[in-house]
Design a protein around this ligand. Sequence first.
Ligand SMILES: [Zn+2]
Length: 94
Amino acid sequence: MKNYMEDVVLEVLEEVLQVNPDFCRCPKCKQDVVLIALSKIKGRYASSPVGEIFARVEQSDRQVRTDALLAVMQALEQVAAYPRHDGPTKLTEK
Ligand SMILES: [Zn+2]
């Protein structure tokens, strides 16, 4: 289940990044978005037993993708507001 959601989130993230050219492309920020998005989705599905989640995933992949898209977009905003990449000076791009 986790791997499945991770795949969906990664896919959705690439799509979202294409329409958000300003968002930082560094691995750290991307990873943060994935982690935040996954935790949001996990919260949403937490009340269902695993079997039910699988059933739901198979029945409505589209719904899962919609959930993932929402979570990724929220996560993106969160990371964009407080990027955690340290490392060398950020290329001035705002
Ligand atoms: Zn970054």
